[in-house]
Design a binder for this molecule. Structure first.
Ligand code: NAD
Length: 494
């Protein structure tokens, strides 16, 4: 059980200026470093290196050498498994310090960060460690006299570009399957959430991961991220972030070596509540968590509530009381339920989209404003906007903040139409006690995950897959290994 005094001791530690992590060693950046501002109180926490394209090339070269000489790629899968288990154990051993460091950087509330960041990263390393010596190739059902073998081979060098909301969890979703499959990887964390991934790379090196297999280059996405995307020696690029950046990465691939690009982009996920939901109180409580946890900075956040008109007023009232009861504030206070917004830029965007919604006719039921300004940090009140119609910007545009858009519906058909009226298709929720309706909604909603009578609940056993403009390819589950492997056929005349 973590105590407040343990957290307080860790939060007061000075964080040294950070370097790049290449070939299992720290490498000083040559460009002017970037300041790291803590969203908890607006103070400068430390600096990170702002990698140049030359430094990114150095990291890619290190990854390539490690791949080509076979120090990792040609180890028996069972040997890789052993080291990956050691990495998972080492993450767990350092989980508290890792979580506190990450929270000081990105602002996620402790309860969520401890579980979803360090805890989930360790579990992800373990999942792919366990998987990698249990995923054999294939023998094709060929005619007698020929033998068709399908080998699964690592692609070589993977580039991974990570967002700031869950750097360790999302980072592990890419790093663990990529290196389990025998690849080397170069990771570019977000400008406002690099510290825990840098620490993770050191932990992995300490646990026995050979040099060059996991490299971390920090800095400006437009420089370091772009260099990774344009590298002629990166075979696969795995990205989580905004659609705007995703488009640039596809262009960069087209203009360089046609590397495969996998995109996990944003969502505007509908959460459909029918009057026949089994437990409306639970539906309200879970729906509130589904949008407001981590200050709404969750890719699958249930940001569009579609609620049957007959229960609309009561349901919105219940949500309002949950929203107002949340304790928002210092994410390192164990009593806090919702932490900081990641940055001043993000907070300004949240407020701008909220104001636009109101000017377009939505009613602000609660929140809508910045709070706790005297802390110097970036905090926003959980916000509910009702009367949102499909013509409102907030119905379509992802806020990526604690802002819920509410729209009533009258029939199941209308609910489906509203749910699918989006360019995005990452996640959805359905609340009903009618089994047929639940299955019909699962089939009708175009999204990568449809939750029924719950919302959220990450687990490595199932894929996270964006439909429509929410992306392509899958993180998590055995399907993620497909991104980081090539199929090779051996066709043999006997
Ligand atoms: P972002 O696209 O601005 O940044 C993501 C990463 O891309 C950062 O590391 C950044 O440095 C880098 N980057 C920025 N410009 C780049 C460029 N020109 N070339 C290469 N790299 C570049 O997104 P963000 O603000 O960090 O993250 C928020 C977005 O991510 C939201 O839209 C959210 O829904 C999405 N997201 C999706 C998932 C998912 O699994 N689908 C998970 C978390 C977040």
């Amino acid at each position: 059980m973590t105590t407040q005094s343990q957290i307080d001791a860790l939060r007061s530690e000075t964080v040294a200026a950070q370097s790049l992590f290449i070939d299992n060693a720290t490498v000083e950046g040559t460009a002017e470093p970037m300041a790291v501002t803590s969203p908890i109180d607006g103070t400068q926490l430390t600096t990170i290196a702002n990698a140049t394209s030359g430094e990114v090339d150095l990291a890619v070269a290190s990854a390539r050498t490690a791949f080509n000489d076979g120090r990792w790629s040609r180890l028996a899968p069972a040997a890789r498994k052993k080291i990956l288990f050691a990495v998972a154990d080492a993450i767990e051993a350092d989980a508290l310090a890792l979580s506190v460091l990450g929270i000081r950087d990105n602002g996620t509330e402790f309860a969520m960060a401890y579980k979803a960041e360090a805890g989930s990263a360790a579990a992800t390393f373990r999942y792919y460690a366990e998987a990698i010596d249990k995923t054999p190739g294939e023998i094709a059902p060929t005619a007698p006299g020929t033998l068709g073998l399908v080998h699964h081979e690592p692609v070589g060098v993977v580039g991974a570009i990570i967002p700031w909301n869950f750097p360790l969890m999302i980072g592990a979703w890419k790093i663990a399957p990529a290196i389990a499959a025998g690849n080397s990887i170069v990771v570019k964390p977000a400008e406002t959430a690099s510290l825990s991934l840098l620490r993770l790379a050191e932990i992995a090196a300490g646990a026995g991961l050979p040099a060059g297999v996991l490299n971390v280059v920090t800095g400006d996405g437009r420089i370091a991220g772009d260099a990774l995307a344009r590298s002629m020696d990166v075979d696969v690029l795995a990205f989580t972030g905004s659609g705007m950046t995703g488009r640039k990465l596809l262009e960069a691939s087209a203009q360089s070596n046609l590397k495969r690009v996998y995109l996990e982009l944003g969502g505007k996920s509908p959460n459909v509540v029918f009057a026949d939901a089994p437990d409306l109180d639970k539906a309200a409580a879970v729906s509130a968590g589904g949008i407001f946890r981590n200050a709404g900075q969750v890719c699958v956040a249930a940001s569009r509530l579609l609620v049957e008109r007959s229960i609309h007023d009561d349901f919105v009232a219940a949500l309002k009381s949950h929203a107002e009861a949340f304790k928002v504030g210092d994410p390192l206070d164990l009593n806090t339920q919702i932490g900081a917004v990641n940055s001043e830029t993000q907070l300004a965007g949240n407020l701008r989209l909220t104001e636009a919604a109101i000017s377009e006719g939505a009613e602000c039921i609660t929140g809508g404003n910045r709070i706790l300004e005297d802390t110097g940090g970036s905090y926003m009140a959980p916000t509910i906007l009702s009367g949102v119609t499909p013509t409102n910007t907030v119905f379509r545009k992802e806020v990526f903040g604690p802002v819920l858009a509410v729209t009533p519906f009258d029939t199941e058909e209308e609910a489906v139409q509203l749910a699918n009226d989006s360019d995005l298709g990452l996640a959805a929720g359905v609340w009903t006690s009618n089994l047929s309706r639940a299955h019909n909604m699962i089939s009708a909603i175009n999204a990568g995950v449809v939750h029924v009578n719950t919302y959220g609940g990450p687990d490595n056993t199932v894929p996270l897959t964006g439909h429509k403009q929410s992306g392509n390819g899958s993180d998590k589950s055995l399907h993620a290994l497909d991104k980081y492997t090539n199929l090779k056929t051996a066709w043999i005349q006997l």
